[in-house]
Design a protein around this ligand. Sequence first.
Ligand code: APR
Length: 277
Amino acid sequence: MTHPTRNPDFMISERLESEIARAATRVIGARSVVALTGAGLSVESGIPPFRGPGGLWTKYGEPPLDGYQRFLRDPKQAWQDRLSPREPWARALAETLGSAKPNAGHYALVELEALGRCDAVITQNIDDLHRQAGARELIEIHGNHKLLRCLGCVARFAPGELAIDPEALPPRCPRCGSVVKVDIVHFGEPIPADVLRRCHAVVERADCMLVVGTSATVYPAAEFPLEVLRRGGSVIEVNPEPSELSDLALLSLRGPAGAVLARLVELVSRARAGSVQ
Ligand code: APR
């Protein structure tokens, strides 16, 4: 199966090539590697980031930080807004989410997992692209825009599993009768306990974290690389721009995730092939 190739416009400089080679050595030698991804990974799939140039919040302003409380106050209205978004940023995001496809960066992480060099991917992205790429050990810390979640028993429903009747909003859980919302974690909403438990379980084992396409400004996700560092582990950042983590990272690979991760995986798989001969 052919995968989208890395960005042809981006040339890997000699300096970046040698840094990617150092990153590959670190990844091969690590006890446990976990990847933390953000909106930057999906930029090459046509989904804008939130902050920085071309960011949704840069363009439309940050949404109110009490999205969850608003949902709880009036779930019917919140569902009507979901079914026909009024906010320009929500419309813009919905449009791109509908047509986006995984890029070379998503597939590279799947390959790294298949090589046994990535034990889990924690993503802040709600775009479902890691799943579509075939990620196995995937933790969607901010939820998934295609899934629904019961606020009572925390059951999740895949697309089509629960009929949404615009005349009978909000939808109710067929198991416990509680209100059902989209699985996306709104501003002001606690991360579901089961998701957080899974994050902590993989982070506490990791001694190397690949941090891809995130400004590392939103918690609790931004805490995970700091936890790895506190335990003497290392952070490898993939981001064309500096982030909150750049000063703490062992390596900052300055380039688009698609190109950089594809090259990293090439070097890791070649080294592993070499070591098995
Ligand atoms: N490859 C890698 N990184 C990129 C690319 C690219 N092609 N393009 C942009 N970036 C980087 C930017 O430099 C920036 O540091 O991706 C980062 C995106 O940062 P944010 O827009 O802040 O996104 P993220 O860190 O995922 O935001 C965290 O904030 O708004 C909430 O819930 C939302 O999950 C989101 C959270």
